[in-house]
Design a protein. Structure first.
Length: 201
């Protein structure tokens, strides 16, 4: 005798839906479904944000065309190839910032012209000079009253160095006496008219 296995009764889709409705999920199953849904939403949001950031960076790095800034609103940097090709710097047009004071570190001459010219005044070593303008090879300076009559002229750059302002000096307008203190009557020495003296206090 041949035994034929029986088939389970056929159920329609509506029967399966009703069965699912009657079977309520457990709390653990609900937690699992909620966690899976949150992970799916998080992945979609991360993908969208990453794509938006990538497109923004791509637009900001697009090359500048016809000298116009790209979408990032940035102009070519001063050191970029585009800026170097369009703005060639002429060294003759670069402004020179001259120092205010210089000092002759060796005996030299004051000249009457920025190039060549005749010597007008002899300058002593360590003499202070006020700078009024500058040229490529010489500075236009003026001497101080403590060194004699004020003179204007040009001095070679190779003969002077940048200096701070000179100390306070005075020149005796007549023969004068030097005393030991501000209220003292003790005479230390005498100086003739025209002597330059450094004010120490």
């Amino acid at each position: 005798m041949t035994v034929v296995p029986s088939r389970p009764p056929h159920r329609s889709p509506s029967t399966w839906i009703q069965t699912l409705k009657r079977t309520s999920p457990s709390p653990a199953e609900r937690m699992y479904l909620l966690l899976a849904a949150c992970l799916c939403v998080g992945l979609l949001v991360s993908w969208g944000v990453g794509r938006w950031i990538g497109l923004t960076q791509l637009q900001s790095q697009m090359p500048v065309a016809d000298g116009q800034p790209g979408k990032s609103g940035l102009l070519p940097a001063a050191g970029s190839a585009h800026a170097a090709s369009s703005d060639q710097v002429n060294p003759d047009l670069v402004p020179v910032v001259a120092p205010q004071w210089v000092q002759a570190f060796r005996a030299t001459q004051l000249w009457g012209a920025p190039t060549g010219g005749a010597s007008t005044v002899a300058l002593g070593q360590w003499q202070f000079l006020r700078v009024t303008s500058a040229d490529q090879r010489r500075l236009r300076v003026e001497t101080l009253p403590v060194d004699g009559p004020v003179s204007n002229g040009w001095v070679d750059l190779d003969d002077v160095g940048i200096s701070g302002p000179p100390p306070d000096w005075v020149v005796a307008s007549r023969d004068a006496a030097l005393f030991a203190g501000p209220d003292s009557d003790d005479r230390v020495t005498s100086v003739p008219s025209g002597t330059a003296m450094l004010v120490c206090g």
